[in-house]
Design a protein around this ligand. Structure first.
Ligand code: Q46
Ligand code: ZN
Length: 304
């Protein structure tokens, strides 16, 4: 198998694009895809002060490395969920990588915010599903830390597999509000809400994993133990089966959705008033609630 570009021995075949790449041309391809996503959705500029959410996994480390090497001003933000050896390793990998890039890494430990409780204990005390509580805490801490640190953009490592699986799930259940907010750029609708972008949306997990191997990026292979049995994993498997028979379907599905995104935005705006002109009476961040935000209510519940 030869590289489709330079004819040197290829290391990977990408059926969705009908190409094979050597190590060097794979790196060029990955960077091109990231640049394309950034340009198509006007995600970031060199003037932005960027904070990337870092888990220590392949996606977050890759997007950090790529943006840093492209010359963007980008620091990392890591949340320690307190999940035994998984969190220890993910924090370790994140710290090691920040040293390698010589960039700042902000670390938030959920136990410092919730009376020493880890994510599982917080969810148990609140009587809620771990991942839903985790999502709420991550969103809140990422946004508030970015705001307090003077960052203008928040980057996450969501890739093509994540986004197409989320889309698949949202379409199956016709979750209009989720469909309206599923987009590679979430604008800052309030001075205290930081704009969010996803530069890896055109790249699959396999392409990113191959990039990390070629670049010698040392990431955590294990998934969070709570990810087991998640609907998104089931959706990913089903989409991979379709992709096997029809390479390129994931990309077509997602790109087609982005082209029609206005329809879902309108639908959601017509059925809901999504304006958030309230501010939490405790922390002062924007909320849909009349008084305290969901995060501050969670703190009350866990500490109470
Ligand atoms: S939500 Fe759930 Fe993830 Fe949080 S508890 Fe783990 S699997 S990390 S993306
Ligand atoms: Zn609050």
């Amino acid at each position: 198998m030869k590289c489709s570009v330079c004819k040197k021995p290829a290391i990977i075949k990408l059926r969705a694009h009908n190409v094979s790449f050597c190590e060097k041309c794979l790196q060029d391809f990955v960077k091109r895809r990231v640049r394309e996503a950034i340009n198509n959705f006007k995600m970031i500029t060199k003037d932005d002060k960027i904070l990337v959410a870092v888990s220590g996994g392949k996606d977050s480390l890759a997007v950090w490395e790529i943006l840093h090497n492209m010359g963007y001003d980008v620091d990392g933000f890591h949340i320690d969920l307190g999940i035994d050896s998984y969190s220890e390793l993910s924090t370790e990998k994140s710290i090691e990588f920040s040293k390698k890039l010589d960039r700042k890494l902000i670390i938030a430990d959920v136990r410092d915010h919730f009376d020493g409780k880890n994510i599982f204990e917080i969810a148990k005390k609140a009587g809620r599903v771990t991942c839903s509580v985790c999502g709420l805490i991550k969103r809140y801490l990422m946004n508030s830390s970015a705001y307090k640190g003077g960052y203008t953009v928040l980057v996450t490592g969501h890739n093509l597999d994540d986004e197409s699986a989320a889309l698949f799930g949202n379409l199956m259940f016709w979750r209009d509000n989720y469909l309206a907010s599923q987009y590679p750029v979430l604008p800052a609708t309030d001075p205290k809400l930081i704009r969010k972008v996803k530069p890896l949306i055109y790249l699959t997990e396999r392409e990113i994993a191959a990039y990390n191997i070629v670049k010698g990026i040392d990431y955590i292979y294990d998934e969070c133990p709570f990810a087991e049995g998640a609907t998104s994993i089931f959706m990913k498997k089903e989409l991979n089966n379709i992709e096997k028979k029809s390479p390129g379907m994931k990309l077509k599905l997602l790109k087609g959705f982005f082209r029609r995104h206005d329809v879902f935005k309108e639908l959601s705006e017509n059925s809901n008033n999504l304006e958030t002109n309230h501010y939490c009476s405790v922390c002062g961040f924007p909320t849909m609630a009349d008084d305290k935000c969901a995060y501050c209510r969670l703190i009350d519940k866990v500490k109470g």
